[in-house]
Structure formats: C-alpha cells, structure tokens
Design a protein around this ligand. Structure first.
Ligand code: ADP
Ligand code: ZN
Length: 439
C-alpha cells in the first residue's frame, strides 16, 4: 500500500534555531516545575542550578542524570510535581526489570500524550477514515491506553480488543475489517501464525499497516511481519518514565524514528563514562521532558542503546531520528568477555531459512565458563526427521551467530509451535548465572 506523507503539527518541521529557542523556553519551565519535587530541589542545590536563572540549553548538562533507581527509591509517587488532586491518570512500567514504577499524568499531560501519539500515527499512515484494532494490553502498561487516545485524536476508530485470546483477535480482524493493527512485534507474528492455523486467507483481511513497539525487533523481523500479515510495519518507541509511546516514531521513509524534540531533549551517551557520543554513534539514550506537568523528568537514563541521526529526512520533518533500539544495556550479555545483544542473535537466526522468529537464549556457567544455548523454533515445512537436514540447519545457525554476534553457542532446534508465546513483550533471555547468583 502506498502511504502519503502527512504532517500533524508544524512543530515537527521547525528550523534548528527555532527548535532550540522553543526547547530553551520550555526547559526553563520544566526546571522550575521540577523544583517542586524534593529530590530535584536537592539535586539543583547540590549542582548549583537556579532553575529560574539558566542561560542556555547546555546548562542542562550541569544536572546529573536521573536513574531508574532514583525513581524506585521514591516509590510510588515521590517524583510528583503537582498536587495529588491534579493527577488525572496513573500508569506504570510493565516491570520487565522488577517492581513497576508508577508515572502520573495531569489532564494536560494526557492531552499532550494523545497528541504525540497522533503525530507518529499520522506520520505512519493513519487517517480518520481508518479503523484500528489495538492488541496492546490495556492496563498499567502505557501501550494500550496511549495508542487508544492517539487513534481517537486522529479521528480514526478504535477497536480496543487488548492483548491475548488470539483466535478471537483474528475473528475480530475478519469480521470488523480493521485497516491497521497495533501491538508488540512478537505478538504481531503470533497473530500471523494463528491466522495461518485457522486457515484464514490473509488476503481476505482488510489489514494494510501496523504500528509496533514496546520491545526490540530487527529489520528481518519487520520483513517477516510484513510478509506474513501482508502489511506495512512501522516502528514506534516510548517508555513510561518519559510519557509512554509517543516519544518517537517512523515516518513513511522509515529511516529511523523521529524524536518529538519540541517535547523531549535527547542525548546519547557512552553508558560507561556518561559522556555524550558523536552524532551517529551508538550509545544510551537520555531524555529530558520539556512540557510534562505531573512528573517532569530530567536527563533520564533509559538504558536503551541506539544512535541519533541529525541529517534531514525526505518527509520534511526536521526533528532528529533515532535508529531502532539494539537492546537495553541491562539486557546485554557478556559471554566470555564478548558483549552480545539478544537482537544480534535474532538478526543471525533470521538469516536462516526454515527458522521461525521464536527463540530463547539461555546462558549458564557450568564449569567456570559461559555457555550459551540458543533454542530456536523451526517452521513446520522445514521440520524433518532426517538427521542430516537438521544438522545442516544447526550448522548454518552456528555460522550466522558466529559471524554476526561473534560467539560460539549450542543450538537446540525445537518443534514448530512448541515455544511459549507472549501477548506482550517477549522474553528472550534466561540467564542462569543471575539465577545462581554468579553474576
Ligand atoms: P518496562 O521498562 O517495564 O519494559 P515500559 O513499558 O515503559 O517499561 O517499556 C519501555 C521500554 O520498552 C523501553 O525502555 C524500551 O526498552 C522498550 N521499547 C519500547 N519501544 C521500543 C521499540 N520500538 N523498540 C525497542 N524497544 C522498545
Ligand atoms: Zn521523516
């Protein structure tokens, strides 16, 4: 399907100078709002920042980073900068890495959030005549409600199915004929699989495109989703601490996700030193909110690894773009000294024909040496009881993993459809070293 370029808000196309001026004004407001949070008041005092008296955007760099642990230490709502009565909504991180962290929104924040989601949805083809099936979970997780209100803001219609019950999901796709689907990339593949199992002709569906996010995925994963669902797939990114989905998203050029820089300042740092890396180099993303009321956040370390591109984009937006996330710094595995992201393993295994995009990486250290077993599920038509064929497939997988991830692993080929499926964020790693307290 050909998608036309459309821009939701003129602020997506400001010149750098205009953008910097706007960011500076908004940063001043944000810092004075943040000054109502005891934690930030103390931080400002310690680093000698007077929020009402900053001179330039670069003053921001005098303020230390905010870490997830700072939010945890002020659980549940210690970062609130407004009266409790002004909270309009509370969400939470999905708790992928522990207890959830709660985030609060005022009415204005909710409104802003809907707008930010409407922007990237518009950039990725959504128009008011479309119907969208939301298969993100509705709940504390920001995905469901965030996208829901974004779709409504565009004026399109929402089918809020939520995640799970995949056969029913497919039935609703068939019966209501949504134009677009929204969920995690791994769940999109699962829906595709169930469509096949139910022997539904993919061409009988009305699906044209999808917006996916919430977890890392590779370009090969995108190709598979596009082929299996016969759609165009767009990537979008966000995290609850910053606002939820709506931090960035792809335009029709799909060369990175435009960061909504009039509302967030982005930095990309070397996670080890905290120093900013050069544009285009990989590092950890750090965001400062510029307009959020309930919980302004300053220099938040996301632990997400990506890179930022500042060159122009053909769509006309002038905002910088972030590349797809390689992984979280805390998901990075160190295998006998070699750094490996699960996404590299994904990239490697998806090079091999006959492999389904379902895998699990198990790491252990049985005899003082790290061992990695990659459990890889096969596609039904390639599953064979011939030893030689299975061995050939194992060899190809080992080769790709060695080339792309630079490690030697064991491969465990498992039967089609035998691996556990998730409706939301897929679990890709089991680290027995952590379970055993070795790491
Ligand atoms: P949790 O930290 O519990 O997973 P969130 O639900 O707020 O909490 O999820 C945000 C995280 O999800 C991001 O920090 C990032 O790691 C991941 N994420 C979100 N969107 C994407 C995306 N498009 N690509 C890769 N990772 C993503
Ligand atoms: Zn663009």
């Amino acid at each position: 399907m050909e998608i036309e370029n459309k821009i939701w808000d003129k602020n997506e196309c400001l010149s750098r100078d205009e953008l910097s001026a706007l960011q500076f004004r908004r940063l001043k407001d944000t810092l004075s709002r943040a000054g109502r949070v005891p934690y930030y008041r103390e931080v400002f005092q310690q680093c000698g920042i007077d929020p009402s008296n900053i001179n330039s955007l670069s003053d921001l760099k005098k303020i230390p980073f905010t870490n997830k642990s700072d939010l945890r230490e002020h659980y549940p709502l210690g970062f609130l900068a407004v009266d409790r009565k002004d909270i309009a909504r509370v969400h939470g991180s999905s708790g992928t890495t522990g207890k959830p962290t709660f985030v609060a929104y005022t009415e204005a924040d909710r409104n802003l959030w809907a707008d930010l989601c409407a922007r990237f949805l518009t950039a990725g083809g959504l128009r008011r005549e479309h119907m969208v099936q939301v298969a993100f979970g509705y709940g504390l997780f920001t995905g469901g409600f965030g996208l829901h209100y974004g779709i409504e803001r565009v004026g399109a219609s929402v089918v809020p199915v939520s995640a799970g019950n995949t056969p029913r999901q497919v039935m609703i796709l068939q019966d209501l004929g949504a134009d677009a689907i929204i969920c995690t990339p791994s769940y999109a593949l699962q829906i595709a699989e169930v469509i096949e199992e139910m022997k539904v002709d993919i061409n009988s569906l009305n699906l044209k495109f999808g917006h996916f996010g919430g977890e890392p995925w590779t370009e090969d994963m995108r190709t598979r989703i596009e082929q299996q669902l016969n759609i165009k797939a767009f990537n979008n990114y966000g995290l609850s601490e910053i606002i939820g989905p709506g931090v960035s998203g792809e335009c029709i050029c799909r060369k990175g996700m435009h960061i909504q820089e009039d509302h967030f300042i982005v930095e990309c740092i070397d996670p080890a030193t905290g120093q900013e890396v050069a544009p285009g180099e990989y590092g950890e993303l750090v965001f400062t909110s510029l307009t959020k009321e309930a919980m302004p956040i300053i220099r938040y370390r996301t632990r997400d690894i990506s890179r930022i591109m500042y060159d122009g984009c053909e769509c006309g937006r002038t905002t910088c773009r972030m590349d797809r996330i390689v992984g979280r710094s805390d998901d990075m595995l160190i295998i006998r000294g070699v750094n490996v992201f699960p996404s590299q393993i994904e990239e490697a295994i998806l090079q091999v024909e006959g492999v389904a995009a379902h895998y699990l990486i198990e790491v252990d250290r049985p005899h003082n040496l790290d061992e990695v077993t990659v459990h890889v599920e096969m596609q039904p038509e390639f599953f064979s009881d011939k030893m030689s064929e299975m061995q050939a497939m194992r060899d190809r997988l080992l080769h790709e993993i060695r080339v792309i991830a630079n490690i030697s692993v064991k491969i465990n080929l498992v039967a089609p459809r035998s691996m556990e499926r998730s409706f939301g964020k897929a679990k890709r790693v089991i680290d027995r070293r952590v379970e055993k307290g070795i790491l």
